[in-house]
Design a protein around this ligand. Structure first.
Ligand SMILES: NC(=O)c1ccc[n+]([C@@H]2O[C@H](COP(=O)([O-])OP(=O)(O)OC[C@H]3O[C@@H](n4cnc5c(N)ncnc54)[C@H](OP(=O)(O)O)[C@@H]3O)[C@@H](O)[C@H]2O)c1
Length: 298
């Protein structure tokens, strides 16, 4: 069996195309959906993600700004930047690129973002709403996975979904989305992490296996049930002297081996990563609509 490759590029493109009329309607009213991204320091991977977000905004004719701050920025200064963005009516989405330097209190930063502009969905208000099954800004990566499955005819209802990773930005919200009592969800969910014993025995039972641990090619063919759907969230840089940049990107799944066991699989790159950006654009357009009076009340 060779798995169907779930193409995140085309699906993300479809979502972006679908946003154009909504953006056009806002622009007619003089509103340009605007995303402000704050980044502290110059981590190359973070800089490259931020660049992709800016490019996507540009492609859609949306306003975007990147606020580049020194790695040594104080908590107080960062809070002032966030408060100013909260108060700026031209800004509809605010995103603070993670991870933050160690001296910054990440919880306080996420809590300071106006929940109506929290397009990453990481503020405790949006996280709480997500868990309660209420309307909210859903975190872009797990929501991108849900959308990818929905658009590729994969219905999680009644399936056993096993998630590798329990981070606040991927693993936990992924579980919250899959377990919702609603169409397109309704899965039975197991979450694994670094203290989980005998991970392979659990992954082997998964109808849907979602890997988000940041360990290059951790999931081997022997860990996957025949006919499972495998979603690879991982993005890892591995040294490759033959590559132009000296590295290449691989996921958390051993793609070449697992594709012969799975029914469907996402590639890295070209899978979930593209969806993350598309969902960020979707949340920003939604925020602009909400804040401009349409669809008020998240
Ligand atoms: N595609 C995208 O757009 C996108 C977006 C975000 C992240 N990512 C990628 O997704 C991956 C995960 O990101 P993250 O931010 O969630 O990472 P993270 O915050 O470092 O969390 C990693 C999680 O994996 C668990 N883990 C680590 N090693 C493990 C092991 N050997 N066995 C079992 N569990 C293990 C950790 O367990 P503990 O909790 O016990 O430490 C933790 O829960 C990374 O490769 C990241 O680059 C991709």
């Amino acid at each position: 069996m060779t798995a169907k490759i779930i193409d995140g590029k085309d699906t993300a493109q479809e979502i972006m195309e679908g946003l154009k009329p909504r953006i056009g309607a806002l622009v007619k009213k003089g509103i340009y959906p605007g995303l402000s991204v704050i980044i502290l320091g110059e981590d190359p991977a973070s800089l490259s993600y931020v660049k992709s977000k800016g490019k996507a905004c540009e492609k859609l004719g949306m306003r975007s700004e990147t606020i580049m701050l020194s790695e040594k920025t104080t908590q107080a200064d960062l809070m002032t930047v966030i408060r100013n963005l909260n108060a700026n009516p031209k800004v509809h989405g605010i995103l603070v690129q993670l991870p933050l330097p160690k001296h910054i209190d990440e919880d306080a930063v996420l809590e300071a973002i106006d929940p109506e502009k929290d397009v990453d969905g990481f503020s405790p208000i949006n996280m709480g709403r997500l868990l309660a099954g209420r309307d909210c800004f859903k975190p872009c990566t797990p929501n991108g996975v849900m959308e990818l499955m929905a658009r590729h005819g994969i219905d999680p209802a009644g399936k056993h979904a096993v998630i590798l990773g329990r981070s606040n930005i991927v693993g936990k919200p992924m579980a919250a989305l899959l377990v919702q009592k609603k169409k397109g969800a309704d899965a039975t969910v197991t979450i694994c992490h670094s203290r989980t014993k005998n991970i392979a025995a659990l992954t082997k039972k998964a109808d849907i296996l979602i890997a988000a641990i940041g360990r290059p090619e951790f999931v081997k063919a022997a860990m996957v049930k025949k006919g499972a759907v495998v979603i690879d969230v991982g993005i890892n840089r591995v040294e490759d002297k033959a590559a132009e940049k000296g590295y290449r990107l691989v996921g958390d799944v051993d793609f070449e081996a697992v594709k012969d066991v799975a029914k469907a699989i996402t590639p890295v790159p070209g899978g979930v990563g593209r969806m993350t950006i598309a969902m960020l654009m979707l949340n920003t357009v939604q925020a602009a609509e909400n804040l401009s009076g349409r669809n008020r009340g998240l």
